[in-house]
Design a protein around this ligand. Sequence first.
Ligand code: ADP
Ligand code: MG
Length: 631
Amino acid sequence: MPSIEVLSDQLVNKIAAGEVIERPASVVKELVENSLDAGARRVEIAVEQGGTRLIRIVDDGAGMDADDLQRCILPHATSKLRTEDDLFDIRTLGFRGEALPSIGAVAQLRILSRQAGCDAAHEIRVIGGRHEPLTAAAGPPGTTVEVRELFYNVPARRKFLRSAQTEMGHVTEQLARIALVQPGVEFRLLHNERQLHHLRSAEGLRSRIADFYGKEMADSLLDIHRDERGLKIHGLIAPPADSRSSNKWQYFFLNGRFIRDRFIAAALREAYRGLMEPSRHPVAFLALEIDPAVIDVNVHPTKIEVRWRDSNTIYTQVLSAIRDRFLNCDLTNRLTAAPLFASSPTDRSRDPVDHHSLTTVEHDVHDTRSRQIRESIAEYFRRVTPTVGAPPTRLDTSFPSVSAATSGGDFTADLTAAMPAPAMKSESAGQPRMNLALESPPLGNIIQIHRSYLVAETPDGLVVVDQHALHERVLFEKISAQVRSGPLESQRMLIPEPIDVSPDQLAVIETHAETIHQLGFELTPYGPNSIAIHAAPTLLREGRMIEFVRDMIDRLTVRESPAAADMLLNDLISMMSCKAAVKAGDPLSVAEMRELMTLRESVERSSNCPHGRPTSLRFTLNDLEKQFKRT
Ligand code: ADP
Ligand code: MG
């Protein structure tokens, strides 16, 4: 083994940089935090080429004198920590004295600073770890830090950098994590000299959310406040009906610092359990304040995680804060306006608090409403001749093989009133005989149970079908096939539907214009912060369409790898199938059940839904006989 050597400062800094400086966004985080620690009221961030060419932060904070300027670039040099005790009473964002030397080790760093009340300004440079002498300079009070050519001397790191646009997305995200809870500070963010955000001071959390994520989201949020057992909680949360397909919109802050935390996340999940589909995620911006003495923020290099002395209090207080809010507001109205959600009755009965009664009420109201609608439609079709203009079912009727099966158009789900109109597909040539009974089962041999499963008799036993999983699978195959041969069939909107988006989402939409077009959408920019939906695929019902577009944008925004275009399309198709399919909990008419069972035969691989769950279970007579010990 070679002998042991103590590493040079330059090398130590470069290693430290690996932990703290991962990409341009990390530089922005460290520098803006320094500005805030210096008491800045205005911070301007100018970025070029996603931050790889230049990141310049100008603040109006306390500034540094010549001595401090010379010291600030040394490893473990900080003005924020004096004694060991201070480590357990951290009230600043920084304290480790690592950021500036780390940045200086992997880029060309220039710091210009003038202390408030001082006439003289000074400047210092560090080029790839090499310190240059301090010089006198001119500048306004405050500090300007310029970082050029990030990772120019670390090719391994540079390789991991993404496109300027992606890096800029990270920078914006980083700014959001800081600015959302610094309402007193004015921020400006520019990319290649174009202004992306201008956040004025004295704006609250809600208006900053509007700035980053759109007014629509901001307006829908409910505010929460709680101050108990030494923990202050305030924030904004979305009603359960406005859930999202990813947890990207869950922001937790502790004493003004963005953190990730599994206890807060668990409390949030628990608060929404039973109020939305299990695969969805709540939107929540939660700011916690607690005595710094009861936490340890020094457990992670970028301080994104903390250690609590009493995690139980955190969990129960966050949970109670959200539950109390739900109990004190009229979720009923909001939820009835939203699409069906599939909370199973068992979920609700397991729920320890009383808000389950609220969901039950909601369910009943919803049921009554949809029953009334169904009845009036049925009534209408009882009056008109059943042969022309059969009512569309919610299943996809454009499959040629099934049009016959739907022409009876029954919405009453009443077996005796149903118009039989047997499926004609059995006449098609070349089908194996075995399947015939399944394709056109005699009426009465399919039933729906628990509004979620279909049970159908087959020649050799029975099959139990998960209605949502099967329909999703059917749609997935159909959409995939159509997309391969051209854009999905779409329908123009009478009135374009606007949706709020952030500037980086707008950029993502432009990048993926082709994919979006293939999926049957026509989206155009509509003002600086929104898009308009001009056309949408016919198979998405109206309520689902906006939800899908939001989910699609979310998905396009979080996706990193540009290589897997096919995978992306596949993901989107599977999301669309899920949105367009009937849900567990949707009552199906006899015609719809028939249609679904017929469609089942028309797709290959129909035994698994796109998520890989099975769509149907078979039981043969043989199985049954064994179970009943007949054999
Ligand atoms: P830390 O923030 O952990 O103290 P840094 O390396 O980020 O470590 O900064 C070192 C020191 O430089 C800080 O403690 C602070 O005294 C000084 N400093 C850095 N940036 C600024 C700024 N924008 N304004 C005033 N002082 C600054
Ligand atoms: Mg710092």
